[in-house]
Write a protein of this length. Structure first.
Lengths: 448, 471
């Protein structure tokens, strides 16, 4: 009940700021308020290392005057500061330039059914600190039982509860509550001079969906020890299998290249290529903001536009870009409900699964590399070029032969998507951007 | 104009109350971190000033240490109710009766002022900042008709911090920070490339008038993009690598700096934890981290725990000599503070971080270094890098050149280089006498906290390194 009152207070504040902005001279105004609670515990070697518990608020304002846009934000909710920011935003807007595409979206007709999206788990709020600490301790303890594990980066349990409030001068007013929880552990194996490391995590909105300490610990151990005694391989071009976390990484790069912002700025190799075949038949990519209970799900985006399901690429053909209102106007497309802050972000953005099991894919590999981790930078949306440090498993005769480290992979996203050989059936929505196991014909692996 | 400096309107009595609450369960040490930050942003693209933004961030963090454990709470509501709650959240880490403690507050005398903002940007008119952005934009655009898209952004902020702890320390700082950055897309015969440039630091308006003009930033970004239009694929495989002075400092940051941060060594997760006073690199390699270089982006008068920082010798002629310390690790390792406890903002606990990390000049002539390579790569501009505690690190060049018979030949495109840190330190066989520092635009991420940093190095040769090109 207390929480409800606070939400109403903050919704009232949002409305008040819109009125103030309008009377200061803004043609249009939009206010977002985030009100969050965070709990996190890090444990290491059986002891609590860090314990954080806090609440914080944040306000974001967008105003448009004469088709000129200005933003302001604050974590200081004093009336004095907020009034100053509102007035100053209108003054600053005047110094900007007219932009025919500026402005808020028209008010949507439909009201989202927030309850059906399963964003909030009361259990997450009810968990007490000792229980949360115990989950982290338990996860690390199980991991350390394996004698091959020589050191720990520690285990963490995190919960978040966030209320999002959005209102604008076109009459939109909405709010939703959401919860998150995650359990993770990072490990090292090997001696000081031949260390290998990895981690694993489970992140969910609902506590009941979270993987158990046992499952998280076992995966982290398995991922770490499989890298022991790595070899460096010769520079060559080979078929590569992407583990699901690596497909997710590739999809993250694809998202950056289909984001309407990158398209209208012409800093994506996919600009001007709607309707073209970018990938082969096996590549279908979807953005879906309405999958119940998933991490990337939300009723409406940061402009109040209802989220939806958008097929971005179907059997390799590029169908649409992902847009907010502004990018949509620039590109003569519609917003896809992907506004995120002042930019564009993914909802649940994923590569649709195929039918092969990961085991089948690996045994079909013959000779090649399973990509398990990458580090570094090296993604260029303008060209689609990829170049990263890589860790993997070398496969011979369809079986894992030995781990590989200190190599790099180099390729091009368009070429990768057109050379997909198999898509796995193991899609899990572990992260908002995700995908199943993927096999591609060829990448350059640079080694010795 | 808001008198931002006065936003921590807490009396000594109120501060004492917060510290008392923080230590009410018997912690060893309590600290209040107060932050007020005012940020401004201008963005130009498609020939118009697309948007401006202004942001205010206010918050208070309370930290309690109890042995090797940390409790933390924060709030952006400075009411006694909320600050008291933050203190009790932090206090929960300890579980003993409250000690009987009294605090004698002593305001720390400021040391050397490393900021140089004669004309502070947070009081500069928006019109003037827009002028800087337009100058960079136009300079970039008119470099060549092949430049098809330009984006320029200008950011400036001032961050007021006050740190008060249960040892009685009261330390204050007002840190300016500015950045002008330009990206340019060049197009020729359906090929497209992007170039970047930028600069800034703990500076005022005068810096962009006299030291690094917007015109220079715009032209550099354009020239980088134009050069890449002619670039060939980088080679793949092991080869000698010559690092250009300045920007190549990212190698030091990744290969050495991170792994000498004290927390990783206290926890023995860093490959360096058992190598203090041991030789890990070639005798030509001497590395410092210096938070006191005037006006640099990574510099500060006090760190985020109120410690006056020191130029810290990390590697002396190949031998490990110091870690980068914060209070917690220094106390647990029984080593002196170095002033490297930094945090992103009031929502974060301080952890050991770098400031400006660099390799000291050596004795070699840069021309001789190049002439010593028959076939290799000259790494010139960088996108960034990453390291893990095992010492495996990468850095990605955004452009460079092929080296053939001791001369630079074709420009090459983006490629990632990978190595193992101690192996690479031992393979640095030539060090130039031309130390320079990289673009003052760098940001380093660790445990989810982003902070401004810088790096530097002279011309260097690594005798053998894996280059991840495609040809």
């Amino acid at each position: 009940m207390k929480k409800k009152l606070q939400t109403e207070d903050l919704a009232g504040l949002a409305e008040k700021l819109i009125v103030q902005a309008r009377s200061a001279g803004a043609d249009e105004a939009q206010v977002t308020i985030g009100d969050g609670m965070e709990f996190s515990v890090d444990v290491r070697l059986g002891r609590v290392e860090n314990l954080v518990e806090a609440g914080s608020r944040h306000m974001g304002l967008k105003i448009i005057k004469d088709l000129k846009t200005a933003y302001a934000s604050s974590s200081d909710f004093s009336e004095h500061t907020l009034q100053h920011l509102v007035r100053n935003a209108v003054k600053r807007a005047v110094l900007g330039s007219r932009d025919e595409c500026a402005g808020l979206p028209p008010r949507a007709a439909e009201k989202p059914d927030i309850a059906s999206l399963a964003l909030f788990d009361p259990r997450v709020r009810e968990l007490n600190a000792p229980d949360k600490i115990r989950l982290a301790l338990e996860t690390e303890r199980i991991a350390l039982e394996d004698k091959r594990i020589t050191n720990s980066h520690g285990a963490s349990f995190v919960t978040n509860e966030v209320t999002t409030i959005l209102a604008n001068s076109k009459g939109f007013a909405g709010s939703y509550d959401q919860t998150f929880c995650s359990l993770s552990v990072g490990l090292q194996a090997g001696g000081t001079d031949d260390k290998v490391e990895d981690y694993w995590f489970s992140a969910e909105r609902f506590f009941k969906d979270l993987k158990t300490p046992e499952e998280v610990a076992r995966r982290a151990v398995q991922r770490t020890v499989r890298q022991l005694n790595p070899r460096k391989i010769k520079t060559q071009s080979v078929p590569v299998v992407f583990e699901p976390a690596m497909t997710a990484w590739l999809l993250g790069f694809l998202f950056a290249c289909v984001s309407g912002m990158a398209i209208y700025r012409k800093v994506s190799f996919l600009a001007g290529r709607l309707g073209e075949r970018i990938g082969n038949d096996l590549v279908t990519v979807v953005d879906d903001g309405l999958k119940p209970g998933r991490l990337g799900t939300r009723p409406f985006d940061s402009e109040g536009v209802p989220c939806r399901k958008t097929t971005v690429m179907e059997k390799g053909k590029l169908l649409t870009y992902l847009c907010n209102t502004y990018a949509g106007r620039k590109l003569n497309l519609r917003t896809t409900g992907n506004a995120d802050g002042a930019g564009i972000g993914p909802n649940n953005f994923y590569l649709a699964p195929g039918t092969a099991s990961p085991e089948e894919i690996i045994s079909s590999l013959g000779q090649g590399l399973i990509l398990v981790r990458t580090i570094g930078h090296g993604l260029n949306p303008v060209t689609g070029d990829i170049s990263r440090g890589a860790f993997g498993l070398w496969v011979e005769n369809g079986e894992i032969a030995y781990p590989v480290s200190e190599v790099t992979i180099a390729g091009n996203l368009e070429k990768i998507l057109s050379q997909v050989e198999t898509v796995g059936n193991d899609l899990e929505f572990r992260t908002a951007v995700c995908g199943p196991t993927l096999k591609v014909e060829e990448l350059t692996v640079a080694g010795s | 104009m808001i008198a931002f400096e006065n936003h921590f309107d807490l009396s000594r009595g109120e501060l004492r109350k917060i510290l008392d609450a923080a230590l009410s369960r018997g912690g060893d040490f309590a600290e209040i971190y107060l932050e007020y930050r005012v940020y401004s942003f201008v963005n130009m693209e498609e020939d118009i000033i697309k948007e401006t933004a202004e942001s205010v961030s206010l918050g208070l963090g309370v930290r309690v240490l109890s042995g090797d454990m940390t409790g933390y709470g924060y709030t952006n509501d400075l009411s006694p109710e909320k600050t008291g709650k933050a203190a009790l959240s932090a206090a929960a880490i300890a579980s003993a009766p409250a000690g009987n403690r009294t605090f004698k507050f002593k305001v720390a005398r400021p040391g050397k002022n490393v900021y140089s903002a004669a004309h502070p940007l947070h009081t500069t008119r928006l019109k003037t900042k827009i002028g800087l952005v337009k100058d960079a934009y136009l300079a970039c655009q008119k470099t060549s008709p092949a430049i098809k898209k330009v984006k320029v952004l200008f950011q400036d902020q001032v961050q007021y911090v006050t740190i008060i702890n249960s040892e009685g320390l009261v330390a204050r700082d007002a840190r300016p920070q500015a950045k002008l950055a330009c990206s340019a897309v060049a197009e020729k015969a359906r090929r497209k490339e992007i170039g970047y440039s930028g600069g800034g630091g703990r500076v005022g308006l005068e810096y962009f008038r006299r030291i690094l003009t917007p015109g220079q930033v715009g032209r550099e970004a354009a020239e980088e993009a134009l050069k890449l239009l002619e670039a060939v694929e980088a080679p793949a495989g092991e080869m000698p690598v010559v690092l250009a002075p300045g920007h190549s400092g990212v190698l030091v940051h990744e290969a050495v700096g991170h792994l000498l941060e004290a927390d990783f060594n206290r926890k023995k997760t860093s490959i360096f934890w058992d190598k203090m006073n041991k030789k890990v690199g070639a005798p030509t390699v001497t590395i410092y981290d210096d938070p006191t270089i005037p006006s640099f982006r990574g510099s500060y008068n006090i760190d985020d725990e109120g410690t006056v920082p020191q130029k810290t010798l990390l590697i002396d002629r190949g031998v490990v000599c110091s870690y980068l310390q914060d209070r917690l690790s220094a106390r647990l390792m029984n080593l002196p503070l170095t002033g490297h406890g930094r945090r992103q903002d009031y929502t974060c606990v301080p952890i050991p971080r770098m400031s400006t990390t660099y390799i000291e000049s050596g004795g070699d002539d840069p021309g001789d270094i190049l002439r010593s390579v028959r076939r290799g790569l000259y790494a010139e501009r960088f996108e960034g890098g990453q390291v893990e505690d095992s010492g495996k690190f990468t850095f990605t060049i955004s452009s460079g050149y092929l080296v053939e018979d001791g001369r630079l030949t074709a420009p090459v495109k983006q490629a990632t280089l990978i190595g193992s840190n101690i192996d690479i330190l031992q393979k640095i066989d030539m060090v130039g006498h031309d130390l320079a520092f990289g673009l003052q635009t760098g940001t380093c991420g660790k445990e989810g906290q982003d902070i401004p940093v810088g790096d530097g190095c002279p011309t260097l040769k690594v005798s053998l390194m894996t280059v991840g090109g495609r040809s």
